[in-house]
Design a protein around this ligand. Sequence first.
Ligand code: GTP
Ligand code: ZN
Length: 196
Amino acid sequence: MADQDKPSREQAEAAVRTLLNWAGDDPGREGLLDTPKRVVDAFGDWFSGYSDDPTEYLKRTFEEVEGYDEMIVLRDIEFESHCEHHMAPIIGKAHVGYLPDGKVVGISKLARVVETYARRLQVQEKLTAQIAQVIQDVLQPRGVGVVIEASHECMTTRGVHKRGVSMITSKMLGSFREDARTRAEFLQFIDVGPGR
Ligand SMILES: Nc1nc2c(ncn2[C@@H]2O[C@H](COP(=O)(O)OP(=O)(O)OP(=O)(O)O)[C@@H](O)[C@H]2O)c(=O)[nH]1
Ligand SMILES: [Zn+2]
């Protein structure tokens, strides 16, 4: 969205008052007076990923790694996101692996990439694919794998009300997609599932 189309803070707070009213409460009562301000602040936090460019995190790389060319995996990257259908939380973990081609990136940057895309409205498939694709495009490794396991509060606290359900998605690119051994090594490293 272009900046000039962005609603003002006052408009955003007024929208929250409308929703409070619609829910059946009185936005003028004392306990709710500051709620629109808090909700807009919370939106600023949950959706800060729109003003962040994930490619920036991956541009600083290191080449002095003694020719290290084996798989690098960051597993159990916890994240909170929101589904684009209901704006309900998606809470889970991402596992990211890649096979470097000369360049490696600081590991915190992989977690920052996850954070940036998570702090936007998402569907899990898109979140998974976006993380894998930006790593492939910017770092240009021999391959990338991303696996995400998450629970969707739009399924647990409303709608079908199914607790304890996890959704697992994966996106494999390059050698992770083409070479069964690479894929198997990655899946073994991250050891997804409740048993571990
Ligand atoms: N594939 C996928 N589906 C999602 C994700 N997040 C939410 N959904 C689903 O998106 C669907 C939206 O379906 P709709 O029928 O349009 O919405 P709804 O009437 O609120 O559906 P219910 O949740 O079944 O009550 C639901 O089945 C959600 O469970 C996601 O990340 N990936
Ligand atoms: Zn949803």
